[in-house]
Ligand binder design. Structure first.
Ligand SMILES: [Cu+2]
Length: 314
């Protein structure tokens, strides 16, 4: 199966829970632990989230956002301020299509209780016990890795293919590509960065859906996303016995799009959008050894969207 989407929302092990809160600020660390479902979150009160952290810790500075998109395994550290909202009941809802972003048969309706359109409720009904907290304007030093510091650029494509089952039926299979043809989990290692080196990985999504690509052992920075000519890229493969173009550069379209404001920080999971080349930059540390990188949709990583990666000694 390509992936499975459940019909019941669990938060911390409870189905569609509520949380009773005081009219003050609260900090929530949110992890999308669904196996395949992306979330596009809003609060019915219309109030913003103040995001202070992402996968790898604090952002450089807080970012105020009206809505929050989280792929499986992505994290967001947010402040929600309930002050002045005593007596209100506020729902955290979702309208992300599944599969993301264009959907199939599952279109969550944020207005329907007990559906995938709603996650949980906040009841602002507790007595106020004071709030001396504040969100600092600067959270950590910003240390960008300049693209010029990269010693290598790798083209890595995300692919969907068909495998033939023993009974002759076709089954979809996702496979990641290292350098640059589609490869399976058990194929020899192709990603072998040197410890301490800086590399740029270009994630070339040839499929129709977004994939949350998670790289172990490192925290990376998202550089940008740029559309590319998927049909021409795949036509090259068809004409060359399945071999990918040596570089995706001639297939790039338009201009690179900078990351979202809440992606400017240390990340280990990035949404690789369909039809886009997503660029990330990272320095490989702190230990040499065998690690993995993979799509974080559970059915994809098991089938076969995961690759080993060797960080070589200096
Ligand atoms: Cu995937």
């Amino acid at each position: 199966m390509p992936e499975t989407f459940g019909d019941t929302i669990l938060v911390n092990g409870t189905v569609w829970p509520y949380l009773e809160v005081e009219p003050r600020k609260y900090r929530f660390r949110i992890l999308n632990a669904s196996n395949a479902r992306f979330y596009h979150l809003r609060l019915t009160s219309g109030q913003p989230f103040v995001q202070v952290g992402t996968d790898g810790g604090f952002l450089f500075r807080p970012v105020t956002i009206s809505d929050l998109t989280l792929a499986p395994a992505e994290r967001a550290d947010v402040i929600i301020d309930f002050s002045g909202r005593g007596g209100q009941e506020i729902i955290l809802n979702n309208d992300a299509l599944a599969p993301f972003p264009d959907g199939g048969d599952d279109a969550p309706d944020p207005t329907v209780p007990g559906s995938t359109g709603q996650l949980m409720q906040f009841r602002v009904n507790q007595p106020f016990h004071g709030d001396g907290s504040f969100v600092p304007p600067i959270l950590r030093p910003q240390i960008p890795l300049p693209p010029s510091s990269a010693s290598r650029v790798r083209d890595l494509s995300l692919n969907e293919d068909v495998s033939i089952l023993p009974n002759g039926d076709e089954a979809p299979i996702q496979s990641l590509l290292g350098s640059p043809n589609p490869r399976h989990w058990e194929d020899p290692v192709t990603e072998n960065p040197r410890l301490g080196s800086v590399e740029i990985w270009r994630l070339i999504n040839t499929t129709g859906d977004a994939h949350p690509v998670h790289i172990h052992q490192v925290q990376f920075q998202v550089l940008d996303r740029q559309p590319f000519d998927v049909d021409a890229y795949l036509a090259y493969r068809d004409a060359h016995g399945g071999a990918s173009p040596a570089s995706v550069t001639p297939y790039l379209l338009d201009s690179p799009i900078p990351p979202d404001a809440n992606e400017i920080g240390r990340k280990d999971t990035v949404r690789a959008k369909p039809g886009y080349v997503t660029r990330v930059i990272m320095q490989f540390g702190d230990f040499p050894g065998r690690f993995v990188w993979h799509c974080h949709i559970l059915e994809h990583e098991d089938n076969d969207m995961m690759r080993p990666m060797d960080v070589l000694p200096r």
